[in-house]
Design a protein around this ligand. Structure first.
Ligand code: ADP
Ligand code: MG
Ligand code: MG
Length: 939
């Protein structure tokens, strides 16, 4: 049997459904699903993504069965609608729409009204009795086909669209401003001029044969999979090239038939705030992309309720049934043809971080989803948006008083941003690369602006609604965005924007400061400082009461659920008491890494540190260390007081000593005066400590092994502080962590020093406290011999920064020159310093297994920068780690990611697929962590 390449949707039941996205693309799969839901969808068919893959594997040739399958599907539409494709009397018209698995703005634009030619046009006039409508459709078709398929379009940013120029000229001679004011005769003339333009510029005729038109359009969709825009977009969004796109061919319905027709887009809830209100825009007597193109300003969907309550009620019904079925916020496209509603697309709607969190929480309240599902709905990084800055209110009010509020647009992407104005994406990118804060200001944005948008703090556009390109992309990227700010008069060539206010004209030039509030839509001249989000005001500044902040309450709910399900603990990397209290507010359950050397730089401490380093004898060194001791002890005391009975992992001295010494002659002379050494002695010592490769030099435990008195002083400071707080009734839990070991014997050596001091301190203070000595696993040899190390170690903590550097032979600080190139060339899947590399991950898994083969209950965590990365956190969960440690501000993300990992890999209720094929992974884990199957990361 020949392979099925074409899937019909229409009639009572479609060939496909929503689960078939990989094969039918997102658009095709959901069109099929909506047919199955009995929603009003014009019939059509989908050519599968497999055809696309075949096309590229076979030198852009189609499988031979395709032609007959397309013909058969077309015949089914003809039968259902009762019109024939290419029929002179009553022609079937279709749209040709691209549709990849994930929505892709880089793909081919849709072609509408395909099937019109100089013959069929008469039949359609006859059938509808509406000549103006028919010529409007025809001119749109020729224009779209000429642009998209025949590629007659501007090729540089200064060039104008040739078809638009012809329309403008026509409007000018007719003395009108709106497209809708052109008559049937004018539109007919436009069709003629468009075709002439195509012939003159391209030397080819516009195809009159509908079958040829259809073939051309289908080719164009498949070819667009490999156009530059699509390739860039795939790169940015990690979409594999192998997925391919589908093509949808669908019978036309017409929103441009007059004032009882129209077209619109809507979200079942507000995609910016998440509020449970129907949200959208529409235009009467319009077709296709008119709503988002920003040429006419669309009306809010609530206006439809006034204009045509019956129609609004129909839409409201669709909204309800879609949410009930998909159990999510949906984004829909609809057309009204002469009073009848059609749904042309639906998909899960893009939303801001704020909206994502709010919708998830609300839907649990509405019993549409469970708290587990709610957790899986939120992308961990979206939580970042909730923590994003807002304008300082007093500064904003001052700016309003000073008359600096110059315009108001749509609040398309929340948050506040301030920066310098740039008028095109390339300039914005360039300025941002020089660390300038940039606001990208455009009349409207298009897919080629993506990189510039990504580089900007915020985006401001003069045209387009809440669903315009700028608004959609900004929300997806989590950028601040004010869209459709109609009063801005932007002049690209003069590189300036002008706003006419009642009392003055404001002119802002490239490089001038501007501030935008994406939560309210306000635009301000000049700079306005931003301040913390409400959540930070509640948690850290304590300047806002939780009961006054809805945002905080929603955040709190999500964190509560996350904590309920996660099994992985979260700790923080912090070196000071204030950082520790921030971390506690964000939910830290302990400290995973306290870097003692961060305390060495403040005040007079650095002098004592330098004295210690410059010492020639043990006696001298001990004298200097004695000066450092009280500082260190006080620091630890402060940290223990804040952290109370939570574990605190403190790393002994790690960086090469060289880093603490002065390197200029002036500083060295000063130090000579302070220490009583000669300048030459100091200079010699600094030279002596110089290393060719300090990262692999005398650092980590190697320092404490050569100078045990350093480790002893640090241990004494830790334990004395512990003894003091213990006496105050705090059940302190210090954990001393020895860095950079490669040999088990290194750890044994240092452990002995630490334990001896611990015993002495307990004896001296007459108090006992619990403590542990463990190690950081960051040298590959330590990971490989982890079973040997585990005999001494009471815990492991993976220092994945160094472990990545040393495993890959890759210096993080020197990789900037080639890693981006590697990523662009697909030599590596991503930056190994952001998400853990799977080779390094393998070492981690191995070390966990080996360690626990000796000590089944060995406590294992991660304290590298990777500890706050969602992908890495999933790995840590699967590898059976006990905790991840990250910076305080990443903690909410870590808590959510940890919960998601549990729900995705351990929770059988969430994974119904497990019923059919019981996978080892999804079996309930009832064993101890030690015996838990370690799942290796596959590529
Ligand atoms: P995109 O992927 O850019 O959203 P679509 O394929 O959804 O492009 O097409 C854009 C718009 O064209 C739709 O929102 C709809 O208004 C219009 N359109 C597409 N197909 C049809 C059709 N068969 N009848 C009427 N309008 C259509
Ligand atoms: Mg669409
Ligand atoms: Mg390290």
């Amino acid at each position: 049997m020949p392979k099925k390449l074409v899937y019909y949707f229409g009639g009572k039941k479609a060939d496909g459904d929503a689960a078939m996205k990989p094969l039918l693309g997102g658009k095709g799969a959901n069109l099929a699903e909506m047919v199955n839901l009995k929603l009003p969808v014009p019939p059509g068919f989908t050519i599968t993504t497999e055809v696309c893959t075949h096309y590229y594997k076979n030198n852009r040739k189609y499988p031979k069965e395709l032609k007959s399958q397309v013909r058969a599907a077309l015949a089914r539409i003809e039968k259902e609608i009762g019109k024939k494709f290419g029929d002179k009397n009553d022609p079937l018209l279709v749209s040709v729409r691209s549709g990849a698995r994930a929505s892709m703005p880089g793909m081919m634009d849709t072609i509408l009204n395909l099937g019109l030619n100089d013959d069929t046009v008469h039949g359609l006039i006859e059938m509808t009795g509406n000549e103006r409508f028919v010529y409007d459709s025809y001119r749109r078709f020729v224009q779209m086909y000429g642009d998209v398929v025949m590629e007659l379009r501007p090729h540089s940013k200064d060039e104008r669209d040739p078809f638009e120029l012809i329309i403008e000229a026509m409007k000018k001679t007719k003395g009108v401003t709106q497209d809708t004011e052109l008559t049937a005769e004018d539109l007919k003339e436009l069709v003629y001029r468009f075709k002439m333009e195509i012939k003159n510029k391209l030397g080819r005729e516009f195809p009159e044969d509908p079958v040829e038109q259809l073939n051309g359009a289908v080719d164009a969709v498949f070819n667009s999979w490999m156009n530059e825009r699509a390739i860039v977009y795939r790169k940015l969004n990690n979409i594999p090239e192998s997925w391919g796109t589908a093509v949808n061919v669908q019978s036309m319905v017409f929103g441009n038939m007059g004032e009882t027709s129209g077209t619109g887009v809507a979200f079942t809830r507000d995609p910016a705030s998440g509020e449970n209100v129907f949200y959208g825009e529409y235009l009467m007597n319009a077709q296709g992309e008119d709503v988002v193109a920003g040429i006419r300003t669309p009306l809010a969907i609530s206006t439809l309720n006034v204009q045509d309550p019956a129609m609004y009620a129909q839409l409201e019904k669709v909204r309800k049934s879609l949410e009930k079925h998909y159990k999510d916020m949906m984004d829909i496209e609809f057309t009204i043809q002469d009073g009848k509603l059609y749904i042309l697309q639906c998909r899960v709607g893009k939303r801001t971080g704020n909206a994502a969190v709010r919708i998830a929480v609300d839907m649990v309240k509405e019993r549409l989803i469970t708290d587990k599902e709610a957790l899986l709905r939120i992308e961990p990084d979206q939580l970042n948006q909730l923590l994003r800055p807002i304008f300082d209110n007093s500064e904003k009010e001052a700016a309003i008083k000073q008359g600096r509020l110059i315009a108001k647009g749509l609040n398309a992407g929340p948050g506040a941003a301030t920066g310098r104005i740039y008028f095109n994406a390339a300039d914005a990118e360039e300025a941002a690369s020089k660390r300038e804060k940039v606001i990208l200001v455009r009349i409207e944005t298009s897919p080629e602006d993506i990189k510039g948008m990504n580089a900007s703090e915020g985006i401001l556009t003069a045209r387009g609604g809440m669903t315009s390109h700028a608004a959609l992309v900004a929300r997806q990227m989590g950028k601040v965005c004010v869209a459709g700010c109609g009063s801005l008069d932007i002049d690209y060539s003069a590189r300036e924007l002008k706003v006419e206010l009642a009392e003055k004209t404001v002119v802002l030039k490239e490089g001038d400061w501007i501030s935008i509030d994406g939560t309210t839509g306000e635009v301000f001249e000049g700079k306005i400082n931003t301040k913390e989000s409400e959540i930070l005001q509640v948690l850290l500044e304590k300047s806002l009461k939780p009961e006054y902040s809805e945002t905080y309450q929603i955040y709190e709910k999500v964190m509560h659920w996350a904590d309920k399900y996660r099994t992985l603990k979260v700790r923080t990397n912090a070196d000071q008491p204030d950082q520790c209290s921030n971390a506690l507010a964000f939910g830290a359950q302990g400290i995973g890494l306290c870097r003692t050397e961060h305390m060495f730089f403040g005040g007079d401490r650095i002098d004592a540190v330098r004295e210690m380093i410059l010492s020639d004898t043990l006696e001298e060194r001990e004298k200097a260390l004695a000066k450092l001791f009280p500082f260190q002890k006080d620091d630890f005391y402060g940290i223990f007081k804040v952290m109370e009975d939570r574990p605190v992992t403190i790393r002994t001295l790690d960086p090469p000593l060289h880093e603490f010494l002065p390197h200029t002659e002036h500083e060295q002379k000063e130090l000579a005066l302070k220490t009583g050494k000669t300048f030459d002695e100091i200079k010699a010592k600094v030279e002596n400590l110089h290393e060719f490769n300090p990262m692999m030099g005398h650092r980590g435990c190697r320092l404490g092994i050569v100078y045990p008195e350093i480790t002893a002083m640090q241990a004494r400071a830790i334990f004395t502080a512990a003894a003091e707080v213990k006496k105050e009734g705090i059940n302190v839990k210090p954990e001393v962590m020895i860095p950079l070991i490669g040999y088990a014997s290194e750890l044994e050596n240092q452990t002995k020093v630490v334990r001896k001091v611990a015993a002495e301190v307990m004896e001296e203070h007459g108090v006992k406290f619990e403590y542990h000595v463990g190690t950081m696993i960051e040298v590959p040899r330590a990971a490989i011999t982890a079973d040997e190390v585990a005999h001494t170690a009471e815990f492991f903590s993976f220092g994945t920064n160094d472990l990545t550097q040393l495993t890959m032979g890759l210096s993080r600080d020197d990789s900037g020159n080639f890693l981006p190139f590697y990523e662009a060339k697909d030599i590596i899947p991503g930056d190994p310093f952001v998400s853990i590399d799977h080779g390094v991950a393998e070492l981690v898994s191995m070390a966990v297994q080996k360690g626990r083969s000796v000590k089944p209950k060995l406590k294992v965590g991660i304290c590298g920068e990777h500890g706050g990365d969602p992908k890495t956190i999933h790995f840590c969960h699967k590898a059976g780690l006990n905790y991840v440690s990250c910076s305080p501000f990443r903690l909410p993300i870590a808590r959510l990611s940890a919960a998601q990992a549990h729900l995705m890999y351990d929770d059988i209720q969430i994974k119904p697929a497990a019923k059919k094929k019981p996978a080892i992974k999804s079996k309930p884990v009832k064993k101890t962590a030690a015996k838990r199957k370690v799942t290796k990361r596959k590529k």
